[in-house]
Ligand binder design. Sequence first.
Ligand code: NAP
Length: 314
Amino acid sequence: MQKIIPFVSRGSRDEVVGWLEALRSAMPEFEVDELDALDQPALLEAEVAIVADPAPSDLQRLPKLRWVQSLWAGVERIVAELPDSEMKIVRLEDPQMARTMAEAVLAWTLYLHRDMPRYRRQQTQSKWQQHPVCLPSDRTIGFLGLGQLGREAARVLLEQDFSVCGWSRSRSDIEGITTFCGPSGLEAVLSKSDIVVILMPLTGQTRGIIDAKALSTMRKGAALINFARGALVDDRALLSALDSGHIDHAVLDVFDEEPLPPSSPYWSHPSVTVLPHISAPTTRSTASKIAASNIAQFFETGVIPQAIDRSRGY
Ligand code: NAP
């Protein structure tokens, strides 16, 4: 008899249907079903589930659950909502997602590097004025977070000849990149960089890490790209740094409250580019294959794939 794998998600109907289709096609040896389609024995037996932003109350309907395969790379919400659970959380680590994120980092770094916000402003004023072009090698891009996504994005920027530095919790050794760790390392990256790219998880240690002090450590006229989580940045401090001109421009893809409320000053701020959390969406086909392979391996060997470390929060 085919093993039944529950799929648990708070996503829209279209998202759920799209995921079920992709997962069923990637793992035909299993039966992948929504919770409501499962009978009581199936709910009682499930040891593993595939999740995409699951409701904690739904997971509680699976009493034997040992681990979940998340279809998201960021697991902040599930970790926060199930703080005491012993269930292991395996996040999505998809090389395709890293490539998609690297493409977004490259696109928005070039947008800032080639002064596009300024030329856009000039166009609204019918103003013809040229500004000097800076070479990529004279521009330092600093990454906060050198994990799966940060490393690939840093590699792509190196290929474009940018100077790259980065900060992580533990020491990283990456060819061509000046790396730092620890509190003094954060200061070093912020003060060296013309563009700071945030690609670290939201944890107890990182919440609000880009506060007034961090922003004042950044170079005058530097820019910020936040592609990780909104709550890493203190919004009031960032708005004040943008208003004063200390920070020239911010590209924000993620916000403390999403969708970004219409009342947010970010929408109309001339020095802010608002994106609706699109820098690196999960690619269903590749993510489903990764979930399929992890789950098949678990049933073959009994080994749960590498899970996130709850004590670190990521
Ligand atoms: P990852 O592989 O877990 O890497 C996280 C990096 O952050 C690591 O380098 C880690 O240091 C560093 N870090 C964590 N806590 C730190 C701290 N307290 N101080 C300094 N460095 C710290 O995560 P990832 O796959 O690269 O993803 C990063 C984040 O991107 C996710 O958590 C998610 O929030 C976000 N994301 C956004 C989108 C989007 O579409 N906007 C899509 C996917 C993911 P170590 O190397 O020492 O562990």
